[in-house]
Design a protein around this ligand. Structure first.
Ligand SMILES: Nc1nc2c(c(=O)[nH]1)N[C@H]1C(S)=C(S)[C@@H](COP(=O)(O)O)O[C@H]1N2
Ligand SMILES: [Mo]
Length: 353
C-alpha cells in the first residue's frame, strides 16, 4: 500500500476507534453493544497498518542524523497508538474487577493522548493526497483483510479468556467485571472526578422539583419516604471505570414526582442536580421510568452511595447515576452545560439543604 494511503488508513482507524470508544460510553446499553464490537475491530485492525508504517520509518528513526524536531513527537504518537491497542487487549484479558487506576483508565488515558498527538502529527506532517495515492482494488482487499483480522480476533479473545480462566472471562458486554450483586452498602464506591461532599444534613435537605412544571415541589426526606416508597427497580450500575453491580433499588419513581408537579407541555428533558453541582439529564420518557432511590437491598443508602437520594438510570452507564440529588429540573431543551458540570463539580462549594 502506498505510504500516504497507509497514513490515511491509520488516521481513519484511530479516529474511528476513538469516536466509537466515546460512543460506547455515552450511548444507551442496547445501542452501545454493536458500537463496542466495531470499536474493538477497528482497534485491532490498527495493528496492521501500524506495522507497515513502522517498517517504513524504521531506517529514518534508527539514524540519529535523520531526526528533526518533529521526530520525538512522532515517536510519542506511535507509543500512544501501540499503548491504546495493548491497554485495550490487556483490559480484555487481565486484571480483577475494581481498583484505581485499572486497565480501563489506562486505555482511556492512552486514547485521549493518541487523539491529541495525532492531531499535532497531522498538522505537522500533512501531505496533500495525490492522484496516485487513490486506493485501487488491491487496497480495498487489504482493508477488508485488516477488518477481517480484527473481527477474527474477537472470538479468539473470548476463547482464550475461557480456556485460561483469565479475569476477563466474566465480562459484561461493556467489558466491566462483576463486583458482586445484591450487596447494598458493600457495593463499590466511585466518583467521576473530584466530588467529595460532606454527609448531607438530612434535616436541612430538601428535594426541589422545578423548571417546566405547573406546581414546583419542595419535599422533605420524610415527605418522600411517606408518599413515594412504593417503587422498586432492579438495575445494574456499570461504571466506565470497569465494574458492574446489580441491586434492588427502592425509592420514588421520577414519573410520579413529575405527575405531582404537573408537567408543562413544552417539557422535553429532566436534569438531576447533585448538591455538588454535578448534573446529568435524560429525555423525558426515559426519565419518567427512572428511580430516585433512598434504599438498596432494604438498607438506607450510605453517604458515599449518594444519601439521601440518588438517580437509578437503567441502561445508562454509572456516570449518569447522579448521587446526592437535590434538584429535579424539567428542561425544554438539552443541557450542554452538563458536560462541563461533571468535570468541575468537585470544585464547587457545597452547602446543605
Ligand atoms: N454527584 C455525583 N454523582 C455521581 C458521581 C460523582 O462523581 N458525583 N460519579 C458517578 C459515577 S462515575 C459512578 S460509576 C457512580 C458510582 O456510584 P457508587 O459510588 O454508588 O458506586 O456514581 C455516579 N454519580
Ligand atoms: Mo463511573
Amino acid at each position: 500500500m502506498r505510504p500516504r494511503l497507509v497514513d490515511w488508513t491509520l488516521f481513519a482507524l484511530a479516529t474511528f476507534a476513538a469516536g466509537s470508544g466515546f460512543g460506547a460510553w455515552v450511548l444507551l446499553d442496547a445501542q452501545a453493544v454493536p458500537v463496542i464490537v466495531v470499536h474493538a475491530v477497528a482497534g485491532l485492525a490498527l495493528l496492521i497498518p501500524l506495522a507497515w508504517k513502522f517498517r517504513r520509518v524504521q531506517p529514518r528513526v534508527a539514524r540519529a542524523g535523520a531526526w528533526d524536531w518533529k521526530t520525538p513527537l512522532s515517536i510519542l504518537t506511535a507509543m500512544a497508538a501501540v499503548g491504546s491497542v495493548f491497554s485495550g487487549v490487556f483490559w480484555t484479558h487481565a486484571q480483577a474487577p475494581v481498583g484505581y487506576p485499572n486497565g480501563m483508565h489506562l486505555h482511556i488515558v492512552f486514547g485521549i493522548a493518541l487523539m491529541m498527538l495525532l492531531g499535532c502529527h497531522v498538522v505537522l506532517r500533512f501531505r496533500r493526497p495525490m492522484r496516485r495515492d487513490l486506493p485501487g482494488r488491491r487496497d480495498a482487499l487489504r482493508w477488508l483483510g485488516m477488518l477481517g483480522l480484527g473481527a477474527l480476533v474477537l472470538p479468539a479473545q473470548r476463547a482464550i479468556n475461557d480456556a485460561l480462566k483469565l479475569p476477563g472471562a466474566h465480562r459484561r458486554f461493556t467489558g466491566s467485571r462483576g463486583a458482586g450483586d445484591d450487596t447494598g452498602p458493600a457495593m463499590p464506591v466511585t466518583n467521576w472526578m473530584f466530588d467529595r461532599p460532606a454527609p448531607v444534613d438530612m434535616a436541612m435537605w430538601r428535594l426541589l422539583v422545578r423548571g417546566a412544571v405547573e406546581r414546583p415541589l419542595t419535599l422533605r426526606l420524610s415527605d418522600l419516604l411517606q408518599d413515594h416508597q412504593a417503587a422498586t427497580l432492579r438495575a445494574t450500575l456499570d461504571c466506565t471505570g470497569g465494574w458492574h453491580s446489580t441491586q434492588d433499588w427502592r425509592g420514588a419513581r421520577v414519573g410520579d414526582l413529575l405527575d405531582r408537579a404537573s408537567l408543562r407541555p413544552e417539557a422535553r428533558f429532566v436534569s438531576f442536580v447533585s448538591v455538588t453541582g454535578y448534573r446529568w439529564s435524560l429525555p423525558l420518557a426515559e426519565a419518567r421510568r427512572a428511580l430516585l432511590a433512598t434504599h438498596y437491598e432494604d438498607a438506607p443508602l450510605e453517604h458515599w452511595h449518594g444519601a439521601p437520594l440518588r438517580l437509578v438510570a437503567p441502561g445508562r452507564r454509572g456516570f449518569v447515576w447522579v448521587k446526592w440529588v437535590r434538584e429535579v429540573v424539567v428542561l425544554t431543551e438539552p443541557d450542554p452545560g452538563q458536560w462541563i458540570a461533571i468535570f468541575t463539580s468537585g470544585f464547587n462549594e457545597v452547602s446543605d439543604g
